[in-house]
Design a protein around this ligand. Sequence first.
Ligand code: 13P
Length: 249
Amino acid sequence: MRKQIVAGNWKMNNGLIQTESLIADLKRQTKVSNAEVMIAPTYTNLWHAFQSTKQTEIEVIAQNMHYAENGAYTGEISAGMLKSIGIQTVILGHSERRAYFNETDEALAKKVDAALAHDMRVIFCFGEELSDRKAGNEQAVVESQIKNALFHLNDAAYKDIILAYEPVWAIGTGETATPEQAQEMHAFIRKTLAQKYGNETAESVSILYGGSVKPNNAREIFSKPDVDGGLIGGASLKAEDFFAIVNSF
Ligand code: 13P
């Protein structure tokens, strides 16, 4: 049985006071689904968020990290540093990292290796741009993003890999992939994994959908057989909306 996961990517939002208050609001919510719940605050609030969610079912995760262990990489954070404060899971390859910080598939492959070497779980993000979809190239783009960054791994590594399909045209735009579009792509991703690693591994990997998931569309998207949860941006910044999505399973 694949894990169902709902992860809130807070992106560059919320200082310390807002982080405290949003976590307090999250603690007041009731979880009635079996989904694992994760939140990804910004670096400066990770330690605080980790401490204040210790007695809860909420896992605090990181939004990014560098592939090197340590050294002269001003402004960067390593897997070892995240682990040293208790963080077990990291988001890698978000389209905003790819678009604004020039993250390439090659750099992402190194980041994935570094996270796995530290026994961390990775939420690996990918997805096509609108121009790719208009040209009918969405599957080819997604396939190459996955192959370039992940296909050097052995199948055992996939116990720590969570995939997140986030079509760039649906992020923060209010435009969501239809549940059918999401299902079609998720099934394609699973088939791509199966061709390389076999059915058992492909069936075990959770594939999340991200891109304008809201309380009013989550249930339909999550009802699709190959959609195992969501990576939530805007709607994760309001505790009630986020938990309405968590409870959509
Ligand atoms: P939105 O839910 O705001 O579209 O963001 C999705 C996302 O990028 C999550 O990582």
